[in-house]
Ligand binder design. Sequence first.
Ligand code: QAP
Ligand code: CO
Length: 184
Amino acid sequence: MIRSKSDIESIKLNKFFMAILKILQYPDERLHTVAAPVAQVTDKIRLFIKDLAETMYAAPGIGLAATQVDVHERVIVIDTSETHDQLLVLINPEIIASNGISDYEEGCLSVPGIYGKVRRAESITVTALNTEGESFVLDADGLLAVCIQHEMDHLAGKVFVEYWSRLKQMRTLARLKKKQRSVM
Ligand code: QAP
Ligand code: CO
């Protein structure tokens, strides 16, 4: 029952408030934190996943790991569809099979403006929990397979540029520093 003006305000907030979370920017040390498995898929986790997805869509991006918003639990959201309406949530993802080699040009919301190739498996089989806490198996290839591997690296504390040579990483850091100066 609605009792007061403030009740109405909170209903409006629930409906319209978009929780856009702050995305950590490389080389933030917190991106190297190893995420812990989710013990139980609770309402609290489901609310967080909603915020994580909203943050990804708002960016806009095709994948976001909890690590990138400074939450160190094994949760990732992905949407590689052209229509941006095919949200994939992976809780406690594990790769159980991988095949082939793919060199794909990647980017990352934590490393804006920087793109480059990373060598990964071409196709993978993943198990994970969905938002109901049920386990499922997914076969992925192409962009989706690349994206899952990229996001799972975040959960292990690894950023895609860290696959590159020392020289290329130094150049990347210098470029990011220069860019940061220009926005201040
Ligand atoms: C990871 O990345 C990914 O630099 C998801 O200025 C990317 O959503 C996996 C983005 C490519 C595989 C292939 C990056 C947005 C978004 C930027 C993203 C930027 C704005 C990156
Ligand atoms: Co990333």
